[in-house]
Design a binder for this molecule. Structure first.
Ligand SMILES: Nc1ncnc2c1ncn2[C@@H]1O[C@H](COP(=O)(O)OP(=O)(O)O)[C@@H](O)[C@H]1O
Ligand SMILES: [Mg+2]
Length: 277
């Protein structure tokens, strides 16, 4: 299918929000035969905080990883605005898409400042990064994002390992924000944090992304957090989308469908057929 056809299929989604990320019939079969993505189609609107919700093994990480090329697709097509995502376009895409990881993925012995500046990897040659030679505008931007995530100047020289889990994820978010990405992929960003800190960190991620108009694809396995923070929920089970809609439509029946495999009755309001299903 041509990019133009994908784009027209991906037109405006619920509420008239233009589609920013578009997935069409994504399949990922790992070498051992596991179908981690088994025909995933969805559109994510520009600026949406879209939660990918589902039990462990449902394909959430795989979905996020195919977007930035960390995992290659077996088949299917993806677009980011006007660009078809493929190995060929990956280089250009890398600076437009940032990732926040469950285990923070910081260099523990390095300072907060250098961990945040590592977010410029798509812009700064690696030899310069190794020597710590970053241009002034990136240093200024690093200070800006560090302040934005609620850390202070005193944290800049501290080793990442010296921070609490919540603070480390703030650094992870600051690193993701550094180059003003269009899309932020957050793979279970609060799975290693306690509930109160999880809420703080998710709220921060949502607000910071909103300020710069970034679209967020955030995987979670906690339904309460999904309901609280999502503009939109994509529910996955065994590599398939079994719910796609606003959080208020994600009721007990939809939750059952996702977690227990209960089939919602025909016409059940909770289950929104995808426009192009
Ligand atoms: N590198 C891999 N090789 C083989 N199977 C994998 C690999 N990564 C994930 N899987 C399998 O793919 C399925 C989906 O995994 P994943 O995307 O990690 O789900 P989730 O993030 O929802 O837990 C699971 O059955 C998992 O075991
Ligand atoms: Mg995962």
């Amino acid at each position: 299918m041509s990019v133009a056809a994908i784009l027209s299929a991906a037109q405006a989604i619920g509420g008239g929000v233009p589609a920013h990320l578009s997935f069409r019939d994504l399949r990922k079969i790992y070498a051992d035969g596991v179908a981690a993505l088994d025909g995933v189609s969805a559109n994510v609107g520009k600026g949406e905080f879209c939660v990918v919700l589902g039990p462990s093994g449902s394909g959430k990480s795989t979905l996020l990883r195919v977007v930035n090329g960390l995992t290659d697709l077996t088949s299917g097509t993806m677009t980011l605005s006007d660009t078809a995502l493929s190995p060929k376009t990956l280089r250009g895409i890398r600076r437009r898409v940032a990732m926040v990881h469950q285990q923070f993925n910081l260099v523990e012995r390095a300072s907060v400042a250098s961990n945040v500046l590592a977010g410029a990897v798509a812009e700064v040659p690696s030899w310069r990064a190794l020597l710590g030679w970053y241009p002034d505008h990136l240093r200024d931007r690093a200070c800006e994002v560090i302040a934005r995530v609620g850390l202070d100047e005193i944290h800049l020289p501290r080793r990442a390992a010296a921070l609490s889990g919540g603070q480390q994820q703030r650094v992870g978010i600051a690193r993701a924000l550094l180059l003003r990405p269009e899309v932020i992929l957050a793979d279970e960003p609060v799975a290693s944090l306690d509930p109160a800190i999880s809420r703080e960190v998710l709220g921060l991620l949502r607000e910071a992304a909103r300020e710069q108009g970034a679209t967020v694809l955030c995987s979670l396995h906690q339904t309460d957090l999904a309901r609280e923070f999502a503009d939109r929920i994509i529910g996955m089970r065994k590599g398939r989308v079994v719910f796609d809609g606003a959080p208020h439509l994600f009721d007990a029946a939809a939750e059952g469908r996702l977690y227990e495999g209960l089939t919602a009755p025909v016409g059940q309001s909770a289950y929104q057929e995808k426009a192009y299903a």
